[in-house]
Design a binder for this molecule. Sequence first.
Ligand SMILES: *Cc1c(COP(=O)(O)O)cnc(C)c1O
Length: 365
Amino acid sequence: MIKFLDLNKINQRHQKEFQEILSQSLSQGTYILGENVSAFEEEFAAYCGTKYCIGTANGLDALTLILKSYIHLGKLKEGEKVLVPANTFIATVLSVLHAGLEPVLVEPNPATYNLDAISIKSKLSDEIKAIIMVHLYGQLADVDGLRTLTTERNILLIADAAQAHGASCNHGKAGGLSDASAFSFYPSKNLGALGDGGAITTNDVQLYETLRLFRNYGSREKYKNLVVGYNSRLDDLQAAFLRVKLKQLDSDNGQRQDMAKYYLEQIRNPKISLPYYNGSKNHVFYAFVVEVENRAAFIEYLDKNEIGWLIHYPIPPHKQTALQQFSKLNLPTTEQIHKRIISLPISPVMSYRNVETVIEVLNSY
Ligand SMILES: *Cc1c(COP(=O)(O)O)cnc(C)c1O
């Protein structure tokens, strides 16, 4: 069986360092917002090329707290509209709802699965006060085009970079390409913790100060609460694990890119459409997503040949029971994508022997 993603193998590479972290934690006993959180925040901000980073409990909170903080700062008002791609993971949409704002779902470019300036221009009205671009599957959205649009209109550009740690273009890295960016360190992400975790990066000092309050009960000093805050802190142990794994991130992403290039060169089957990739570092292949016409038959074939797979994601947000208010939206591109997509195994610890097997199996489909 070729696993879709071997998380044990990924983390076992750091077993010795992780064990040291645990014994240090046991001897020190600082569990909450300790030195590892602040050190990781500094290191991750430096990595993304931003002035600030704030650790949070998870990626959904990172997104939600960005929006709540903008409301607190008067840059957004409750009920205002925020544009999001319709084919995203549900967290993006939920964060807008949790912040008391209104998500406007728009179709992505079907080649990149991402928002671009050309396709959303007609969807922009004066009511839309922010855009959340999602760097889906690890590929940067049309950052330049979207930045031009948001600057013209003087609205916010926020990034859901939960799948794109380290993706970069000539203006910088994911996290440093928007007014504020949210990351998730869910274990399967390119930079994954051994549990939940998240972070926000920004260059905006006001936003940074507000976020620091909001993530920790609205308090700067213990037992003095300045705003109606939340408890959404990055765990100190997770921060320590992430500091170790951050050092490996560029090399891991490089392996994913090489593997993706090899797949793109070697998979030749008219029944399987391959993903768009310009060969640069703008894609870190959180997922290698192909499209097929008859997915049920393809899945049966993969199962028979013992090749792991996953679907990111089988049901689009607007078709979820939780979001029935959006179920009547006309989003044919998104629905088509969700019917056809399937993700193949890719990871920095996958052997080339296994990559070859996947290629052979796909070419004989
Ligand atoms: C993983 C993910 C999130 C949410 O992260 P959690 O840490 O699970 O809350 C948000 N958006 C996208 C695109 C994701 O892939």
